[in-house]
Ligand binder design. Sequence first.
Ligand SMILES: CC(C)(COP(=O)(O)OP(=O)(O)OC[C@H]1O[C@@H](n2cnc3c(N)ncnc32)[C@H](O)[C@@H]1OP(=O)(O)O)[C@@H](O)C(=O)NCCC(=O)NCCS
Length: 161
Amino acid sequence: MNALLQPLEARFEAMTPAWLPAVLRVEQSAYPHPWSELNFADSLQAGYQAQLLTAGLPPQAELLGYFVAMKGVDEVHLLNIAVAPAHQRQGWARVMLDALALWARGQDAQWLWLEVRVSNLRAKAVYQSHGFQQVGTRRHYYPATASMPGGEDAIVMSLAL
Ligand SMILES: CC(C)(COP(=O)(O)OP(=O)(O)OC[C@H]1O[C@@H](n2cnc3c(N)ncnc32)[C@H](O)[C@@H]1OP(=O)(O)O)[C@@H](O)C(=O)NCCC(=O)NCCS
């Protein structure tokens, strides 16, 4: 049987600094505008909820994806979610969004919130199929880059828990 077709035994574990090189490899391959190592390090330092989805056992554990979320007063704000390109379209984002919602409920949050680039139609479709609704836009939320000199607007989405 093709190894790629075998089911993966996946599990969650906390993101730690030791994982950052692997996280950055996925981040840079998944996003046109990736977070920097400092963005992740600051998130860990701040104590944000940062979870990895891995398959296999250490030291061969493979990173399937991860999310980073920040707890607010009665809401949880999803700051980053990514799935390694080789593992996309297999339902792993859905698995991570379910885990995030479960954790957020345990924090007494009423809502999940997120921003997504207007150009990120794939992520928007994933969130919509998960029940998120568009509740607004933020003009020029994403700063200008060489490829997007005018910056980019964000769509704000939320999910009632
Ligand atoms: C967005 C992302 C996290 C989705 O991860 P994924 O594991 O491929 O998503 P899933 O397989 O769990 O898909 C969940 C749903 O979205 C749909 N979907 C997934 N990819 C899609 C695509 N390219 N186009 C349309 N729908 C898509 C799936 O059909 C599924 O819906 P269904 O179960 O009703 O069929 C992944 O594409 C990614 O890492 N992108 C780069 C980083 C990024 O943009 N993150 C979001 C920032 S706001």
